[in-house]
Write a protein of this length. Structure first.
Length: 119
């Protein structure tokens, strides 16, 4: 059974930074592409970033490009999202995802972690 557990969310002031982590279990982590999505209140869930099982292939949403960085540690079965220069519009629940291929559909989702950015 696959489990994805996100952590690192919280409350931060605009301009600040947070690093989200997602620990995966129940799968051969290095075989999968990992990603992050987010969903703000009243809005649809949106893609944020993805990293291939074989780095350095990464892709980002335009809204976070240059501010967020996705990375992974296959030895720790963990994917990270470093978020810098946060803005109030980044406030959302952030979800970790697993896809069988880079740019492919997501197969598993985490339970989400709340990020709140105050102005």
């Amino acid at each position: 059974q696959v489990h994805l557990v996100e952590s690192g969310g919280g409350l931060v002031q605009a301009g600040g930074s947070l690093r989200l982590s997602c620990a995966a279990s129940g799968l051969t982590f290095s075989n999968y592409a990992m990603g992050w999505f987010r969903q703000a209140p009243g809005k649809e869930r949106e893609f944020i970033a993805q990293i291939a099982w074989r780095v350095p292939y990464t892709r980002y949403a335009d809204s976070v490009k240059g501010r967020f960085t996705i990375s992974r540690d296959n030895a720790k079965n963990t994917v990270y999202l470093q978020m810098d220069n946060l803005k109030p519009e980044d406030t959302a629940v952030y979800y970790c995802t697993v896809a069988e291929s880079y740019r492919g559909p997501n197969k598993y989702w985490g339970q989400g972690t709340q990020v709140t950015v105050s102005s």
